[in-house]
Design a protein around this ligand. Structure first.
Ligand SMILES: C[S@@+](CC[C@H](N)C(=O)[O-])C[C@H]1O[C@@H](n2cnc3c(N)ncnc32)[C@H](O)[C@@H]1O
Length: 323
């Protein structure tokens, strides 16, 4: 496994986290960017979420991969250089790598530094002939992503898990453009491909429990953000003073996660104070549910064309190869 000198330092990350907390908790609708849900504990809780009976996205997307990976691999071609955004445990990556013919390298970008280090050490051990390059960072630093130097050759961007659904429309377009720039950033004039998974609109009865499970794992995942502020930023959140809520926002086609203050309270973070009314919320995550055509239009605006799309029998989830 190769070290990477472009990774963000722990100190840079702490400063960025602190700035986002102060800015987000100072707004009328308090908000915290969902990338901060993923520290070591958050990444472990996310992995537990993927096994929950209510959480259909992971098992549905994996079933699409298992059925269609031979066709995907044929369309991608041999000797791919793979770059993944939000690699997490790399479970789906392994399915992809097993299907590809002679993949050459794998750049894994994730914001969760320790979790990335351990999951990539185990992936590198399992694929000794693959060059594995973990890179700690925020894929929404789009100028940095666009300028990223990737190995020359058959480049493939991989973005499963509907992580794209955490972004707003204008962020999706900027992000997809930055990926295009990163893949085109070579002297050979070769175009890259992009394999992306995205979640589709479905009934609220299925959506809400997927983000508010009976065992309370998603609640623990959401509340861990407050515990993380306490741990890393000298915060004074009483975790029991907040509850988890998942809401379907029909108009914007998204599940929203919120942390709801149980009572009027004031919380200190590293010398700043923030007041909460009873029932006031911190908006912590959006998970967009796309219509196929709507997603295709967003991708087209960023210069991507759909080559092929695979879905499950119930049309719950889609995986597209774009070029
Ligand atoms: C929904 S999980 C998906 C994980 C995995 N790709 C999958 O499909 O199961 C999102 C992943 O992206 C990472 N992540 C979220 N926001 C990020 C950001 N802005 N920059 C880099 N990584 C991010 C998280 O740490 C997490 O591993």
């Amino acid at each position: 496994m190769r070290g990477d000198n472009h990774s963000e330092s722990a100190e840079d990350q702490r400063t960025a986290f602190y700035n986002d907390v102060v800015a987000g908790l100072s707004q009328d609708q308090k908000t915290l960017p969902c990338r901060w849900l993923y520290d070591q504990r958050g990444s472990e809780l996310f992995e537990a979420i993927t096994d929950l009976p209510e959480y259909y996205p992971t098992r549905t997307e994996v079933s699409i991969f298992k059925q269609h990976l031979p066709a995907m691999a044929a369309a991608i071609g041999e000797q791919a250089h793979v770059v993944e955004f939000g690699a997490g445990a790399g479970t789906k990556t392994r399915l992809l790598l097993d299907a590809l013919v002679a993949p050459k390298s794998y750049v894994a970008i994730d914001i969760s530094a320790d979790f990335l280090a351990s999951s990539m050490a185990s992936l590198a051990a399992a694929y000794p002939s693959l060059e594995v390059i973990p890179r700690v960072g925020d894929f929404m630093q789009t100028a940095e992503m666009a300028a990223m130097q990737l190995p020359e050759g058959n480049r493939l961007a991989f973005f499963p898990g509907s992580t794209i659904g955490n972004l707003l429309d204008h962020e999706i377009i900027t992000f997809l453009r930055s990926v295009r720039a990163a893949l085109d950033n070579n002297d050979l004039g070769e175009d890259g491909k992009f394999l992306i998974g995205f979640d589709l609109v479905k009934s609220e009865d299925i959506l809400v429990p997927a983000y508010d499970d009976a065992a309370g794992v998603t609640a623990a995942f959401n509340l861990n953000l407050l515990a993380r502020i306490n741990r890393e930023l000298d915060g004074g959140f009483d975790i029991d003073g907040f509850t988890h809520e998942a809401r379907w926002n029909e108009q914007d086609g998204r599940i929203e996660m919120h942390l709801v203050s149980r009572r009027e309270q004031t919380v200190g973070v590293n010398g700043d104070t923030f007041s909460f009314k009873a029932g006031e919320t911190i908006h912590t995550e959006n998970s967009r549910k796309f219509k196929m055509e709507g997603f295709r239009e967003l991708a087209a605006e960023a210069g991507w064309t759909f080559k092929e799309t695979w879905t499950d029998d119930q049309d719950y989830f889609a995986v597209s190869l774009m070029e």
